[in-house]
Design a protein around this ligand. Sequence first.
Ligand code: NAD
Length: 277
Amino acid sequence: MTMYNLKDKVAIVTGAGGKNGIGRAVADRLAQEGAKIIVTDIVEVPYSDGDWEGLSSVVEEITSRGGEAAKLLVDVTDASSIENAIDKALNIFNRVDILVNNAGAAASKDRVSIVDLEEEDWDRVIDINLKGVFLFSKLFAKELIAQKEGGKIINIASIAGKKGSATFGAYCASKGGVIRLTESIALDLAKYNINVNSICPSWVDTERVDVYVEQLYENDLSHEQKRDLHLSNVESMIPLGRYAAPEDIAKMVAFLSSEESSFVTGASLNVSGGLIA
Ligand code: NAD
């Protein structure tokens, strides 16, 4: 469904190579709204699944529907990699308008109590989730300022950035940092007509869940049983009674990318089915 006119706009989406990821849903939705899309990820295929070819599949999906898209490999923790990607995006589509900072560190050894949290695991999560948003936003904003036509920066934070959780210290700190950074960047860039907002999802059914459930339930259940148990546990906590789909987040990204949100900046908008309301 298309609701917003993003024709002639160019969007860069980070962390967009997963088949069931938020990044892919965002890239698809913005393309349906008419934007030209640069899909990026740190690797071509972040999660293998049958004949899924990661970034190439996302590009193929968009172009087969008549849209325009290209792929680039980018490490969001590396300023020169980001600079290189923005230069290439400008060569391909001549301009940039929308940045979606979606890349995120996979749930890993950081999901432990603070007393067991190793410094290297803390650093990995903060580097990808928070420093990556700083670096990409900084370099992208410089280009938007030079273009003199405003723009949009949308950061995928989390409700974990609004409330602490046991064993989520690094993740919650990184996402809380993204929310405060969003507010500060919004104030820096308001005079250039650049809107900067963050989205705070609750649980979203992506490949991340498959990794997480294996850590959560160390028992004899099959992967599918662990997954079903986790989904029903989460659904019972969500006031609207269901797990979020990646498309739920993409809808909010489309709104924040469009003229319809021209007076929204510095906000952190929950897309959480009422969780933490
Ligand atoms: P995902 O793991 O599918 O997507 C994250 C992507 O980031 C992956 O494709 C990965 O390869 C990429 N990435 C990792 N390190 C990178 C780096 N250094 N440079 C560039 N790319 C890198 O997960 P997702 O569930 O689609 O999550 C997307 C975003 O939404 C993340 O920021 C995540 O924290 C946030 N989020 C997810 C949920 C959820 O329940 N799935 C909830 C709230 C917020």
